[in-house]
Design a protein around this ligand. Sequence first.
Ligand SMILES: Nc1ncnc2c1ncn2[C@@H]1O[C@H](COP(=O)(O)OP(=O)(O)OP(=O)(O)O)[C@@H](O)[C@H]1O
Length: 317
Amino acid sequence: MTDTPADDMTTVLPPLSRRDQRKIMKGAAVFPPGAAPDALAGPIPQASFEQAIVQAERPLLAELDARNISAWFGDHQVLDRVSLTMPAGVVTSLIGPSGCGKSTFLRILNRMHELIPSASLAGEVLIDGEDIYDPSRRLVEARKAIGMVFQKPNPFPAMSIYDNVLAGLKLTGTKADRDRKDHLVETCLTKAGLWKEVRDRLRAPGGGLSGGQQQRLCIARSLAVKPKVLLMDEPCSALDPTSTRVIEETMLELVDDVTIVIVTHNMQQAQRVSTQCAFFLASQGQPGAIVEHGSTEAMFSSPIDSRTFDYVNGVFG
Ligand SMILES: Nc1ncnc2c1ncn2[C@@H]1O[C@H](COP(=O)(O)OP(=O)(O)OP(=O)(O)O)[C@@H](O)[C@H]1O
């Protein structure tokens, strides 16, 4: 049990001023890499490639607002009324010891939690004020607007680099001529920081890339579907320091285009990439909650809660 009264365990991160937010949003949508088409409920809307290109060029700013999120696996409650605003156009990092519910919270943000048979949840997730759990909203819309990159890179290994980038579009049934496909592949690989390394071997299989390159390929695949938000669950934990650095640089480039939420166990990484930070903790078998949140700089230099201080200084966890 945390020392904090239950009512205070829900936290709301005040939105950044517009001046503090990144201004340029150009686009992208995501399919969670690896999500099978049959994991998506309902028919997938058809969109013209022209629409996709226009949308990809259009600035987008999306704020994600989680309100009173509780989560269970069966009767085991793992999150208790977690609220967090993830402002548009910045990186928010989620930190905390293993098992405190960070990944569960992340999966709730794009409706992947409900794919687990025993899983249930309460609360709301608003993207630009609209609840992704509203029964009138389609699951596929949330998945397209809020993409995910996983801990382990998961490109389609036998599929070419070129086709990997376009895999999400194929799932949506979007048609395009060759020139436009070429343009999108180059745009997404460039945004993901991979273009220069693969432009001469786009027909080679995605599985032939290094781990770091595969992760950037997965990011490019996500971007091709034009997400407003990109969720990243320990995206560098399987990578060497050099690849990690490249992915971090990619994140900092991408945040001009897409709101990013990252789960990380790497405190240096949280400080390098994120503007906002939230510290999760599940004390003594209790469900996870946010102990403290705020600017990353303040969380690491002058945390308010002693448990945050201990965690960011490696005393536990
Ligand atoms: N599919 C599942 N079925 C049952 N319980 C689960 C499942 N996934 C997670 N849990 C439980 O939910 C709690 C939170 O797990 P979660 O993976 O969200 O924590 P985490 O903070 O992301 O941990 P880590 O940092 O180790 O990835 C844990 O007690 C975990 O055992």
